[in-house]
Design a protein around this ligand. Sequence first.
Ligand code: PLP
Length: 378
Amino acid sequence: MDLARFWNFSAGPSMLPDPVLNQISIDILDWNSTGISVADINHRSKHFEIIYNEAESYLRSLLELSSDYCILFMQGGGQGANAIVPMNMIGRNRANKADFIISGYWSSKSYLEACRYGDVSVIADNSYITKIDDHDYDPYTWFPANESIKTRYGSSYLQFCSNETINGVEFVDWSGIANNINSDAVLVVDASSNLLTRKLDINCTGVVFACAQKNAGISGVTIFIVRKDLIGKALHICPSIFDYMNIFNEHSRYNTPPVFAIYVTGLVLKWLKMNGGIKRMEYSNLEKSQLLYNFIDSTSFYINKIHSSVRSRVNIPFFLSNNLLTDIFIEKAENLGLMNIRGHRSLGGLRASIYNAMPIDGVMALINYMRDFECYYG
Ligand SMILES: *Cc1c(COP(=O)(O)O)cnc(C)c1O
């Protein structure tokens, strides 16, 4: 069935691929010719066993995960992970220490939450104006240099966000950081908005987490990729349902998991696999984002201030040089079916989130609209 749909540029929950929605519409009434709705399926049933195993094995193969890592499906969203991580990780080394890189909105939130659990410090940040190649860069538009990133003695982990969904700063040289830090610390990465959008060096990390509603399904489930030797070190205050050990031992069914959300994640992963996997997504996301950045850079009517080396391929914030036109830009975009283009409330302006499921036609439609708008108002 062809779906009549708008172009949804939302940062999350974001658009799902059409084939996934079509499959859901069938399974919601009758999953796999069992006569059971996928929404009714019991988490201890053999049906869910199939759904779960499929989701896990697609994820494993798409990410080419080594057997050193396990996959945990947990709840609490990206922000839940901000507490789950320190509760499981900060006590590894006796000092109860963790270090952070601040690069924007989400890493700041992660840091503040972690402070409740131990001695937590910001060891590098981009919250000030800096000069690069004789040009001034605003706070949260660049990324600290690898050489400046050193962990403190006794620190259990270093956490950063690999794609600041709101600010539009993406950082992917994970191994560059891993090589620099103390050997007793591991990397923890919030990859909520760029996991599965390009090749990422998971093998140099301790933990990678991502809430599903950006690139891997709907809200309600968070993917954790955890190096197995890091499991079993949770603080005793950690709730049992958030202890990696329990989730690992019970194959993410320590309590009732988000059955429907895991099911949708499985469908999205299958769609990814059928459509060329990470390699193909990386190519397509590069192509889409270059089209949009090239257009923005070709005119002074639109502005994106992010340093070119860390411009996000999936979340592209931009401003109109005349900010007074922002509301009318959004209103006219919506009239044409270009939805959810307003920037995050903390930043203002505009933002186009163009994750895996956004076809190049959607990006072209946006660019054509931007060109027309400039012709009229510029
Ligand atoms: C969306 C997002 C979060 C927050 O996720 P919730 O599921 O809403 O808690 C955290 N980090 C990043 C990078 C995100 O994009």
